[in-house]
Design a protein around this ligand. Structure first.
Ligand SMILES: [Fe+2]
Ligand SMILES: [Fe+2]
Length: 272
């Protein structure tokens, strides 16, 4: 009885094991099917995502093209404004172009970042754009200006700045700063705000210096054109009218290393 019973129990447990194995196999198959479905769904999602990525890349490229076109349009507007300002002023187109080139040389010597350098080269020529708002009688007066006329003339930085105010373009914002600050001086003797030292942004300090260099080199109704050597002497040592204390000492320092390039720029871009 015991042996039979024992045999029956062994058979029963074998059957149980078999049944359990079958259940495991069925469960496994179900799991595999489920996994396969999940994998298929995931593949479909990945495919969809890849399609979205392609669409997104196309959209980004189109947006970039649009923003490049907008930047070009900004630049075009700026250059036209700069040309417009030189038509009204006694300053020539060549003076404006030279200012961009000198500014690029100084910006490089001062190790300014590439983008800032490019922006400065582009916008320096329009430093006097505010002269659009100065009456002809003052702008083209042959003789010396009266104190009242000087005070009108000295409004041109602020006029230019208000013309360029409120743009989201870094180019136009730099042009605004250059317009506003290109007559400020390191020692606080400039205008319109009497800013001192680093209160004037570097773009304004650079354009201040190169504008004075070019004015000294150029013939004016009230003064002859000076040689490069005499101009350097005045900028670095002063002549009673122009003082080295007006300029950023770092600019004076690097100018010593690159001054020959200023002379080249002046000679290669003379007034017509
Ligand atoms: Fe000016
Ligand atoms: Fe100028």
């Amino acid at each position: 009885m015991t042996a039979e019973g024992g045999g029956g129990s062994s058979l029963g447990s074998k059957q149980d094991l078999h049944a359990q194995l079958l259940r495991y196999a069925a469960d496994l198959q179900t799991s595999v099917c489920r996994e396969r479905d999940t994998h298929k769904q995931l593949s479909a999602i990945v495919e969809q995502l890849e399609m979205y990525t392609v669409d997104l890349r196309r959209a980004v490229a189109a947006e970039r093209r649009r923003s490049d076109q907008l930047a070009e349009a900004h630049l075009d507007t700026i250059l036209r404004l700069a040309r417009a300002s030189t038509f009204r002023d006694n300053e020539t187109q060549a003076h404006a172009s030279r200012l961009g080139l000198y500014s690029g040389v100084l910006a490089e010597a001062l190790q300014m970042p590439e983008r800032e350098r490019q922006v400065l080269v582009t916008v320096a020529p329009m430093h006097d754009i505010g002269k659009i708002g100065v009456p002809d009688a003052i702008l083209h007066k042959a003789g010396p200006l009266t104190p009242e006329e000087w005070s009108v003339m000295r409004r041109h930085p602020a006029i230019g700045a208000s013309l360029l105010r409120g743009s989201s373009s870094d180019l136009i914002e730099t042009a605004r700063l250059v317009s506003l600050t290109h007559h400020e001086a390191w020692d606080g003797s400039g205008y319109p705000q009497g800013l001192r030292e680093n209160e004037t942004p570097i773009c304004g300090r650079i354009v201040k210096f190169v504008d004075v260099y070019d004015a000294l080199r150029s013939k004016r109704p009230y003064k002859p054109a000076l040689s490069h050597e005499d101009t350097c002497q005045i900028l670095l040592k002063g002549d009673g009218r122009t003082l080295p204390s007006e300029f950023d000492p770092r600019i004076l320092d690097v100018f010593g290393d690159v001054q020959e390039r200023f002379d080249e720029i002046y000679r290669q871009n003379r007034d017509e």
